[in-house]
Design a protein. Structure first.
Length: 174
């Protein structure tokens, strides 16, 4: 009897392909953020540049939290955001999150994607959805949203904006 590793499910394969593309584009944004701008923010209600960048990087790590557990309960967490000191620190952290996300996706069955995941704070339930929907909305779309904010931060600091889904004003060729 062989103990072959489980094959990657169809949903995982789709997410892996998307993750590869989004990670490449996200890294191109993150690598342009200079550490001397980490404290800059466009408005007092906005996240500082460095905090927003580390938030984008850490969200790829939510893949494991989503697919390997059924509940995220803020009441039981002691969350401490990653605070990079340099752009290289930020990129190393990002690369680690990507590697972990890919490994998690590669071993996730289609059946697991269809099980429910709940976000709560003690007795307060924010939502319960199938993990596939959490990956799409709470993880991937959320990353894309905040990466868009980072591209605006780049523009407001006269830092060239990379091509994301097509040419930017700074990188006109595909």
């Amino acid at each position: 009897m062989s103990s072959a590793a489980p094959s990657t499910g169809r949903l995982a394969s789709a997410f892996l392909a998307e993750l590869d593309n989004e990670a490449k584009v996200t890294r191109s944004v993150l690598e342009r953020i200079p550490a001397d701008k980490f404290g800059w923010q466009p408005h007092e209600k906005s996240m500082p540049f460095g905090r927003l960048a580390s938030h984008v990087a850490e969200m790829f790590g939510w893949t494991k939290d989503t697919l390997k557990s059924d509940v995220l309960d803020f009441a039981t967490m002691d969350y401490k955001p990653f605070e990079p000191q340099t752009t290289d620190d930020l990129l190393a952290f990002f690369d680690e999150q990507i590697a972990n996300a890919k490994a998690t996706l590669a071993e996730t069955s289609d059946e697991t994607f269809m099980t429910n995941w709940t976000m709560r704070n003690g007795e307060t339930v924010y939502f319960t959805m199938p993990k596939v929907a959490v990956m799409r909305s709470f993880v991937m779309n959320h990353i894309i949203h905040h990466r868009g904010q980072l591209s605006v931060y780049l523009r407001l600091n006269d830092i060239p904006v990379p091509s994301i889904y097509g040419p930017s004003a700074d990188e006109g060729q595909m």
